[in-house]
Design a protein around this ligand. Structure first.
Ligand SMILES: [Zn+2]
Length: 361
């Protein structure tokens, strides 16, 4: 099966398209529709779940002579989340600016100065900028001294608004979604730097794996489900939508690069333990073994402040073992960056994990 540069190019292309498709928790329809179209193009069957996530299923192949088994094993599932960080209008400011509340968890220092798009209930789009309430260095010392808190941060709307009434006239209101500019750039040196790599890089790797399987006509050893979840950043993620036959769930989500971390931007990072506890030991060792035998660059790491779709599923009562791996992401929940090598390693591990075979070769 092809796991060459062209597959990596496809994945990079998907990352770029996905990060430019806004999808905050509660408002992920555009990204899900995008994934839906991509799956249809590859001829992969899929359906929407009750919560608006997307579930694609590949039937497992019949056992060949070499791998006779009494009964088919339990199903497997892989999941990645399309939802990203952003904000919502909380309160119209008296001066026509907007106070906002976070969607997902992030430090204000990582979004100060960011250009945003405010989407009104009527679907009108306004540009704006996240700033301190007294942002001018020539007017106030606050810009160098103030601790950034949601109470003193504002969205400066690029419209002639001087007060709350002006905002109301434009139709800008409490509850409007605020999308951060992704600032996506693919460098000649192979880096992809953009917001929302968490977890659109994971989504793109799953799309890449599904395309490679579809193109090759090979099938996974066991029936394998691919769940594109929609509310991971707010804690629910894959808490629903995993079929009951699943005995093993792998979340494909970012590896945490930073001081004291093993993860890097050039490898697939396998998580041994995150904030919610250790992942299944046997599954983790199997993933490491696959990387070793197929010479996939990998790292095993512990993530200090981290939860995932896998934790959401377990908390919701999923009776299955879980694992987690994904591309190493530099400056997560900030101005994120990864390298195409990490995407290539991740899709190779996804494909190794599903054990493709049979079909036309
Ligand atoms: Zn994530």
């Amino acid at each position: 099966m092809r796991t060459d540069d062209r597959l990596t190019d496809y994945i990079v292309e998907q990352v770029v398209r996905l990060v430019k498709t806004p999808s905050l928790a509660g408002h992920t329809d555009k990204a899900i529709s995008y994934v839906e179209e991509e799956l249809s193009r590859a001829g992969v069957k899929h359906r929407r779940t009750g919560r608006g996530a997307l579930l694609a299923t590949l039937d497992g192949r019949a056992p060949s002579d070499g791998e006779r088994r009494a009964q088919p094993g339990p199903h497997r599932a892989l999941t990645a989340h399309v939802d990203t960080l952003g904000a919502m209008v909380k309160e119209p400011g008296k001066d026509g600016s907007l106070l906002f509340t976070p969607v997902g968890g992030y430090a204000l220092a990582t979004v100060e100065g960011e250009y945003v798009t405010v989407e009104t209930g009527a679907g009108k789009l306004f540009r704006g900028t996240i700033l301190l309430d007294e942002p001018s260095a020539h007017v106030s010392k606050k810009v160098t001294e103030a601790k950034r808190e949601f109470e003193n941060m504002r969205i400066r709307l690029d419209a002639e608004v001087r007060n709350e009434k002006d905002l109301a006239k434009l139709g800008v209101a409490v509850g409007d979604y605020v999308h951060f500019d992704p600032r996506c750039e693919v460098t000649e040196t192979g880096f992809i730097k953009t917001r929302h790599l968490d977890d659109k890089a994971g989504v793109a790797c799953l799309l890449g794996a599904l395309k490679a399987l579809a193109d090759s006509g090979l099938r996974p050893r066991l029936t394998t489900h691919f769940l594109f979840s929609t509310s991971e950043e707010v804690g629910f993620g894959a808490s629903a939508g995993i079929p009951p036959e699943v005995g093993e769930l792998v979340a494909v989500d970012m590896g945490t690069v930073g001081k004291g971390q093993e993860s890097d931007e050039y490898s697939v990072c396998i998580c041994a333990k995150d904030s919610t506890g250790p992942f299944d030991y046997a599954l983790r060792r199997r993933l490491v073994k696959l990387c070793r035998s197929q010479k996939i660059p990998y790292r095993v790491d512990v993530y200090p402040f981290y939860g995932s779709d896998a934790a959401a599923a377990v908390r919701a009562g999923l009776d299955a073992v879980t694992g987690l791996f994904g591309p190493g992401i530099n400056a997560s929940h900030n101005l994120e960056r990864t390298h195409r090598k990490a995407l290539a390693a991740t899709v190779r591990l996804v494909l190794a994990y599903v054990e493709p075979g049979g079909g036309k070769r």
